[in-house]
Design a protein around this ligand. Structure first.
Ligand SMILES: *Cc1c(COP(=O)(O)O)cnc(C)c1O
Length: 399
């Protein structure tokens, strides 16, 4: 996953990310690792068995570049059933090596030097890396903590989106904040895109992992938005199969063709035996998704209430795998900010988390505003979460 890899930018050198650094510290110290966001339990056995069967059945050579017919059909069907979005599986759906490849291929296809790409800030790390690889400039709009949630600053959005904006790259439900953008926020993004003729690329890998009656709405389903939107998702998060790397991008045929033109020289195709398994999972896996959603909501509650008891100001996420919390009460001389705190925590008390500043541009106003914040994941078994909370109780409070 992108979180594990070194961020290599053109002209730069691959360096270990804070994710890799903290994972190594967590391993070395035996920490309860609430850092990196991947499940510690594999997805449905029946789906895994289908992939085993596909290997035995000889589905082991290059699949079609656009993805197997069965999977493209299942993706189109999924978008119609859940969101009322009609797709032609022959022209408007492309299977990719995870959402990560879809993001990279889409940005390489659509933007280049002289263009601007607008994202929320904080942002998922691979979004920034893909923008950098494309040569476009990265412009951000803060998601600021407010009233117990994180909200899009509509004025900042309007200021950020201008003549040079070629793409607004959205992510909802949002990693790292857990925010599910509201209909009003989506409408504001849609209006900004229309105002300047920008395209929207939307990363919806947590589309099914929303809690408390929150509803995920793809921006492509808003009036007049399908024709300017590419929607990206993946089986990894919905089915706890992150290592399979089956993702997809869908939207108008001309835009999908442009992505295909890049994708064919990134991986061409991949994941042959996983594709029929994910096709069936999308068609018949609603019960498995509901079960995951329920168990994640319960684990989220354990984590949020534990963090609050310990003294963190934790925000209740509407979706995703993540809780963000203000660690200010625990900062001091040795650990002046969230980054220093997250680096010290594994050795100090045996817990790992990620500083939110890792999802910000260094030195930006948002990085300053969230300098003391850290992200914990709850996609771990409940015992690990409880162990982490027990250990956090031992944290000395500063001042
Ligand atoms: C995990 C994640 C991805 C990566 O998806 P893959 O299918 O594993 O490539 C993309 N975007 C966000 C926001 C994620 O959290």
């Amino acid at each position: 996953m992108a979180e594990a890899s070194g961020l290599a930018v053109p002209g730069g050198e691959a360096r270990p990310t804070v994710f890799a650094e903290i994972s190594a510290l967590a391993l070395a110290t035996g920490a309860a690792n609430l850092g990196q966001g991947f499940p510690d339990a594999d997805g449905p056995e029946w789906v895994r068995e289908l992939a085993v069967q596909a290997i035995r059945d000889g589905i082991n050579q290059y699949p079609a570049g656009r993805g197997s017919r069965a999977l493209r059909g299942a993706i189109a069907d999924h978008q119609r059933r859940h969101y009322g979005i009609e797709l032609d599986p022959e022209r408007e759906v492309l299977v990719t090596a995870g959402a990560t490849e879809a993001i990279a291929a889409t940005l390489l296809a659509l933007v280049g030097p002289g263009d601007e790409v607008v994202t929320l800030e904080p942002f998922y790390d691979s979004h920034a890396a893909s923008i950098a690889m494309s040569g476009a400039a990265h412009v951000t709009v803060p998601l600021a903590p407010n009233d117990g949630g994180f909200a899009l600053d509509a004025e900042a959005l309007d200021a950020a989106v201008g003549e040079r904006t070629r793409v607004i790259l959205l992510n909802t439900p949002h990693n790292p904040t857990g925010t599910v953008l509201t209909d009003a926020e989506l409408a504001a993004v849609a209006a900004a895109a229309r105002r300047v003729g920008a395209l929207v690329v939307t990363d919806e890998v947590y589309e099914h992992l929303v809690f408390d009656g929150n509803v995920h709405t793809p921006i492509a389903a808003l009036p007049g938005m399908f024709e300017r939107t590419l929607t990206i998702s993946s089986a990894g998060k919905s089915f706890s199969l992150t290592g399979w790397k089956i993702g997809w991008v869908s939207g108008p045929a001309e835009l999908v063709d442009a992505v295909m033109a890049v994708k064919q020289f990134l991986t061409y195709s991949g994941g042959a035996p996983f594709q029929p398994a994910i096709a069936r999972a999308l068609t018949d896996g609603a019960g498995d998704i509901a079960e995951l959603r329920g168990s994640l909501a319960a684990r989220r509650d354990v984590l949020v209430s534990g963090l609050r008891e310990v003294g963190f100001d934790a925000i209740v996420p509407g979706g995703t795998y993540f809780v963000c919390a203000d660690a200010t009460p625990f900062l001091g001389h040795e650990t002046p900010d969230g980054a220093a705190f997250a680096r010290a925590l594994p050795a100090a008390i045996g817990v790992a988390c990620i500083p939110v500043s890792a999802f910000c541009r260094s030195g930006s106003p948002t990085a300053e505003a969230l300098a003391n914040w850290v992200r914990f994941t709850f996609v771990k078994d409940e015992a690990t979460i409880r162990t982490a909370i027990d250990r956090l109780r031992g944290l000395p409070r500063s001042g």
